[in-house]
Design a protein around this ligand. Structure first.
Ligand code: NAP
Ligand code: GDD
Length: 344
């Protein structure tokens, strides 16, 4: 039987990579779409013609019940969230509603449609399996380095606090109701599809624009922050593997290598042939009210139990993103030139 997956957050970076991965594994894949005319739907639909869509919003319980009822999924991946940390200080309540309560609503939708523990029919052993996109941001002011599945959480942003709720409610539904519900504690992962508000893409796009004469300066905040950055395409494989285990469990996913924002800048600017010190401006407005200074994953359990390994290191990731943005900016310029010339 063809397996069916429902993905919330289909229009985001991870949603598109996960859908591609699941389609390549023979799944039928549905993406949850919010809004009456979501402009990002056509972009992801163009990438994958086999993808199906169902309407719904993590703010709306009934819509999630209806989505689960329609799709009858074997696996539900909850990737939907407001994922940009600074926004969580400005709209803390909204971020809590979506990133925390949205997890509870999705778990409840599974229980409402399929019974107490997610079994699809009375007496059936086939449960709907649930994946929650937890985050290394929950470690925040990290109690130890590197961080593993047992490291205490000390979130530093409303985003991190909301993710901690999502993490614990997922574990609680597993323990309370016997649901197959797991969290992947994923460290930062990036790609050419990363939103331009996140620092790696802001840097790769900034370097490309400066190189091609579209922008002069790149404004950044804290260059000393250290992250464990990996490639998003690798991380979605781990999400899928977590739902294939006999026993449900939570796993940390990261590369184990630490780099600073300054390293990211240096690699991207080197790649486009510029000296970053001529172009980067430190903007105190971009420094966060409470910073997460250092994150680094100890993924030894994930590697041993899931057989997961990352395929791309950080320098290669930054160079790939910078190269992709050089092409992207050059295409935008060509388009603008054609518009000016009246060709389009
Ligand atoms: P992203 O690119 O920002 O995508 C977020 C997705 O959430 C979008 O598809 C967005 O859809 C959707 N969404 C927002 N509000 C929603 C709502 N009310 N109802 C339904 N969907 C909603 O994020 P990402 O990088 O792919 O990350 C995926 C998940 O992993 C997120 O939960 C994030 O917090 C978590 N995470 C990410 C990382 C990372 O480094 N990327 C690390 C750890 C955890 P619209 O098109 O409707 O806005
Ligand atoms: N965005 C941004 N913009 N960050 C900057 C800038 C800037 O101009 N300058 C310095 N930084 C620093 C931030 O202060 C932070 O320490 C680091 O760069 C990374 O910022 P982001 O790329 O915005 O990612 P994040 O670590 O806050 O959050 C991402 O990773 C989490 C996992 O740890 C997001 O994807 C979250 O959704 C995810 O949970």
């Amino acid at each position: 039987m063809t397996r069916r997956a429902l993905i919330t957050g289909i229009t985001g970076q991870d949603g598109s990579y996960l859908a591609e991965h699941l389609l390549s594994q023979g799944y039928q894949v549905w993406g949850l779409i919010r809004g009456q005319a979501n402009p990002r739907k056509s972009r992801v639909a163009r990438m994958m013609s086999e993808l199906s869509f169902v309407d719904g919003d993590l703010m709306d319980q009934a819509s999630l019940v209806s989505a689960v009822e329609t799709v009858q999924p074997d696996e539900v991946y909850n990737l939907g969230a407001i994922s940009f940390v600074p926004m969580s200080w400005q709209q803390a309540e909204l971020v809590t509603e979506i990133n925390a309560m949205g997890v509870l609503r999705t778990l409840e939708a599974i229980r409402i449609v399929s019974g107490h523990n997610g079994s699809r029919h009375a007496g059936s052993s086939g449960q709907i399996r649930f994946y929650q996109a937890s985050s290394s941001e929950m470690f925040g002011k990290a109690a130890e380095t590197p961080q593993n599945e047992n490291t205490t959480f000390h979130p530093r942003s409303p985003y991190g606090v909301a993710k901690a709720y999502g993490h614990f409610i997922t574990r609680n539904y597993r323990e309370s109701f016997g649901m197959y519900a797991v969290s992947g504690i994923l460290f930062n992962h990036e790609s050419p599809r990363r939103g331009a508000e996140f620092v790696t893409r802001k840097i790769s796009l900034g370097a490309a624009r400066i190189k091609l004469g579209v922008q002069e300066k790149l404004h950044l905040g804290n260059l000393d922050a250290v992250r464990d950055w990996g490639f998003a395409g690798d991380y979605v494989r781990a999400m899928h593997l977590m739902l294939q285990r006999e026993e449900p469990g939570d796993y940390v996913v990261g590369t184990g290598a630490m780099h600073s924002v300054r390293d990211a800048v240096r690699i991207a600017f080197d790649h486009v042939g510029l000296d970053w010190q001529d172009h980067v401006v430190i903007d105190p407005e971009l420094v966060r009210p409470a910073e997460v200074e250092i994150l680094c994953a100890d993924s030894s359990r994930t590697r041993a139990e899931l057989g997961w390994e990352p395929t791309m290191d950080f320098p290669e990731l930054m160079r790939t993103m910078a190269e992709s943005d050089l092409e992207h900016v050059a295409r935008e310029q060509q388009y603008a030139d054609l518009l000016l010339a009246g060709v389009w």
